[in-house]
Design a protein. Structure first.
Length: 364
């Protein structure tokens, strides 16, 4: 989904916040800002391939996307320019194949236009010594140029592309040792990984995500369908929206918080849908909330009943109301993560909605 669609949800929310008392507006808008920033600055990760040519590109890209988005015949199709890979709108990747024999001048032009987030040095068993030495020299040239052009030191991950046969771990250790023999490469090493199988593909996505800047995390989680990454980002959204809900629900303004809370919860679910790789839609989010059994009417009665407690417990009534709002919001967020990211059935998501949380609702 495009950023303006996400913005439409939160622009509506911001307009509703203006109806609240002024002292409450700034704290709530402050909580909204990190979520907006996460989506507004969202961009594709920029990865640069180095090392052995003729193998590895297909395996790495397909491992990241979890499907055959690149065919074997495309392995050596490189014109020295950035390539956008975005199958099915699930997420996108910017890839620059900077391996020999592509023109160094063309690569420099591409690297000047866009700064890489991470370099991937591809190795394989049986890499001829002479060719390996040339590939290492080439990698040093690329890294040195990029650092001088952008005044940044993007890290490098060594990836051994191998089959099921042979001593894979020994080959990975050999690649690791080889890369560390070059000081310039060693200083930028983020580790090495042998890519052979589903578990290694998940690990590859996680290792890459660790090295990416914040603005590329969301797209990496979407394109890789890595549940660990997706859940980490979803928790950022849930915690912020829960905190906002608690603040709004604690205000002794009968019915005034109702449209704000419902917009908050719908925006949160829509955001989690987007994180999971689906289309973001406030309408679909509302339908999910209804389907999972988050009863709006009952929630309203609970909040208003909590506010009635102010007459008897003037120091605790607002806190009770805020806790009710936070509890409901957190439960909806937890349920949506279960359904959209963890793949639970709607029935299981409904159970999750009503289960007592195992962690505190209000988190810093």
């Amino acid at each position: 989904m495009k950023p303006f669609s996400f913005l439409s949800i939160y622009e509506k929310l911001e307009s509703l916040v203006q109806r609240l008392p002024e002292p409450l507006q700034q704290p709530i808008l402050k909580e909204i800002t990190p979520i907006k920033t996460l989506f507004l600055l969202q961009r594709a990760p920029r990865l640069v391939l180095l090392g052995k040519s003729g193998a590895g590109k297909v395996e790495i890209v397909n491992a990241l996307f979890g499907s055959e988005v690149v065919q074997p015949g495309e392995e050596n199709l490189s014109d020295g320019a950035w390539q956008t890979i975005a199958p099915g709108g699930r997420g996108s990747l910017r890839l620059l194949d900077a391996r020999r024999p592509v023109s160094l001048n063309m690569l420099k032009a591409a690297l000047t236009a866009e700064a890489p987030d991470l370099f991937l040095f591809i190795g394989s068993e049986g890499h001829p010594a002479e060719a390996l030495a040339a590939d290492l020299d080439h990698a040093e040239q690329i890294l040195s140029f990029t650092e001088s052009r952008h005044n940044s030191r993007a890290r490098m991950l060594g990836i051994l592309v191998t089959g099921a046969s042979g001593d894979t771990e020994r080959a990975r250790q050999d690649l690791h040792a080889t890369l560390h023999k070059r000081t310039l490469l060693s200083d930028r090493m983020a580790g090495t990984l042998a890519l052979a199988g589903h578990l290694e593909a998940d690990r590859l996505a996680q290792l890459i995500a660790i090295e990416l800047p914040g603005e590329a995390h969301l797209e990496m989680a979407r394109l890789s369908s890595n549940r660990t990454l997706q859940k980490q980002i979803a928790q950022i959204v849930i915690k912020s929206v829960t905190a906002i809900s608690a603040a709004v629900g604690a205000q002794p303004i009968p019915l005034a918080d109702f449209p704000i809370l419902t917009s908050l919860q719908a925006g949160m679910v829509a955001s989690i849908m987007h994180i999971s790789g689906r289309e973001m839609s406030a309408k679909l989010a509302g339908e999910f909330i209804a389907a999972v059994g988050a009863n709006v009417g009952a929630g309203l009665v609970l909040r208003e009943g909590a506010r009635a407690a102010i007459k008897l417990l003037p120091f605790w009534g607002n806190a009770i109301s805020g806790a009710v709002a936070a509890t409901g919001t957190y439960a909806i967020g937890r349920s949506s993560v279960g359904y959209f990211i963890e793949g639970l059935s709607m029935k299981d998501a409904q159970r999750l909605l009503h289960r007592k949380p195992k962690e505190p609702l209000m988190l810093k």
